[in-house]
Design a protein around this ligand. Structure first.
Ligand SMILES: [Zn+2]
Length: 148
């Protein structure tokens, strides 16, 4: 038992030394892992629907690309570049999530209508059932014609 524990300990130390100075798993790599799983599912679905070997190959290539990119990013020693990629990904994901959440909230809200100002992009909320009104943008003062 003692020797097995020793061997495991040595393995852990060796793995730690191997990963020293390398990027390892970051949020972008977890996203790639999810992407890989989704592509695998899509592949099974597409194969079941089309029964085409070509479709299977296409998905195989896609899964390999995702895995290779992930392995490259895990083992990479170019930390500034990998961290910059990760930040870009987090930024994009945060923005996409905010936009999607906002759209879902607006879709569920039946008591208000939402208008986006063409000049500055501010979203203006007005109550429904007021007929044709003109909204003044609170940020830039532009007039928006609205049907509520
Ligand atoms: Zn505006």
């Amino acid at each position: 038992m003692e020797s097995l524990q020793n061997a495991l300990q040595k393995l852990r130390v060796a793995a730690g030394r191997f990963m020293l100075g390398r990027n390892g798993m970051d949020q972008l790599n977890y996203a790639l892992l999810w992407g890989y799983l989704i592509v695998c599912l899509a592949r099974a679905l597409a194969l079941a629907l089309t029964r085409s070997a070509l479709v299977g190959w296409a998905f195989d290539i896609l899964t390999y690309i995702v895995l290779v990119v992930m392995a490259f990013r895990i083992l990479s020693r170019n930390l500034p570049k990998r961290q910059a990629e990760n930040l870009r990904w987090l930024d994009w994901w945060g923005r996409t999530k905010r936009i999607t959440d906002g759209a879902i909230k607006r879709h569920r809200d039946k008591e208000h209508k939402y208008y986006t100002c063409k000049q500055c992009g501010t979203v203006c909320r007005v109550p429904t059932g007021k007929g044709n009104i003109i909204i003044t943008c609170p940020k830039c003062g532009a007039k928006i014609q609205a049907k509520t």
